[in-house]
Design a protein around this ligand. Sequence first.
Ligand code: HEC
Length: 156
Amino acid sequence: MKKETFAALGALAFSVSAFAVQAGDVEAGASAFQSQCQNCHNVTNEDGDVLAGRPNVRTGPNLYGVLGRQAGTVDGFRYGASLVEAGENDLIWDEESMTVYLQDPQGFLRETLDSNRARSQMSFRVRDEETAVNIIAFLDSLAPAAEEGEEETVSN
Ligand code: HEC
């Protein structure tokens, strides 16, 4: 009886702490990335291997390892001032912040910076939360090994 309760609590804690990544459907995220993101972004690792999207797409920054990264910090990418400022104010992308950002980048920046003058250079919006969560799970599946290690710790 007790044992079961603990197991249930453990499962609950796990599903809450790793909510977005666990809930997302990686395959659905891959196809949504393909149709909605890869015109502007790709995912390219340190060795220059293109893991998603096409080479030499530079309208938006490389999304490799974006979860856990400070916003606005890909070397050589010319971000808008608002996103850089949000990063300097300690915005580190995680499932929660990115889910909101993807559905309304400019609204997210206005809220985060508490300023109606904040502007996003990404005008694209994902239509619903489920799609955003799936895309995030897909990006997380391509992330550097260190991040996967972190998730394993969460599940213990
Ligand atoms: C029309 C081009 C375009 C499309 C489509 C687009 N983006 Fe972007 N994205 C950008 C640009 C430009 C920026 C930089 C925004 C800024 O500087 O304000 C950006 C920024 C981002 C950032 C912040 C990255 C960082 O380094 O801080 C994330 C995350 C992101 N995009 C994810 C996505 C995802 C996921 C999709 C698909 C659902 C997508 N974008 C679709 C152009 C695009």
